[in-house]
Design a protein around this ligand. Sequence first.
Ligand code: F6R
Length: 369
Amino acid sequence: EKGGFDSFMDKEIHDQPQAIADTLLGRMDASGKLVLDEMNVDESVLKSIDKIVVVACGTAAYAGQVAKYAIEHWCRIPTEVELAHEFRYRDPVVNEKTLVVAVSQSGETMDTIMAVRHARQQGAKVIAICNTYGSTIPRESDAALYTHAGPEVAVASTKAFLSQIVACYLLGLYLAQLRGNKFSDEVQAILTELQAIPDKLAKVLENKQQVIDLAHSQQDTQSVLFLGRHVGYPVAMEGALKLKELAYIHAEGFAAGELKHGPIALIDDGQLVFIVVPTVRGRDSLHAKVISNIQEVRARGANTIVIAEEGDEAVREYASEVIYVPRTPTLLAPLLTTVPLQIFAMELATAKGLNVDQPRNLAKSVTVE
Ligand code: F6R
């Protein structure tokens, strides 16, 4: 059932092009308009919401953090992302005009279930983004938008993460379409670009040998840092989480802009640092800012592994190594840049002789608070 792969995780990483294609399937009509039949929340309610709160844990929360950048941009609705266990116990401001989006692969994460219950008690509408049919979270929500990633067996989440981002984006695009905002051209363009992601993901996977070799050369590494900015920031945190879970290595993800406010003190000779570089045509010259972050850590002796889009030659000068991924719009880049980080964590754990499907101390779904 591992389909010829060494582990479920390896299989699930390679399932990702199909998982994205399946999550997109049947959700657009012939004219390219989004049709989300399962969205059985009154359109009038969806038009009147004035705040979105995404609640989730772990990797699912990072998917929410990526989606926040996109949803706020397309919908102009203030969007917060909160860890479900923090949300539940801080008396959050939620009411009939709040849309709560609960993201969960299993649909059985107790912390997220409790957040859903709390939100509904306050009168909020809750939409579940879930990978498991008929599980508790979609059952207890007003509507469910399923990710069609297929069963995820490995404890560490991979294909569910990318599918969660896609499903959150579909929700954001749907709300933008419904509320008829001024970004409608961009919304159409993004839908077209989303369809191209499975092929681009296949290309990322074709180039995996570079990442495998890198991971095997780093077996004795004690600590790895990940830097990202904009949508690359949650990707950096996800890369760090995968490495902690699978390879039991101390890892941290930072917003690249935060470096000089403290974390740069960690940089010493030989420190391994991954940098997720924003697209060249991205907003607000973020690209140039991240290049200067690479330069700063490199000047202090860091071993800099850069993930950048094809054609980005500017990153080469300060990179120990560059991992290129195909070009895509800024907001879609996490669907590609996450994959080398997943492979790195899996291969490093494999090189250390660890069981990548069942890391120590972890369970696939956390059904206690
Ligand atoms: C990390 C991981 C966990 C889950 C988290 C939420 O690889 O798998 O962080 O993402 O426990 O689980 P779900 O999505 O089932 O609610």
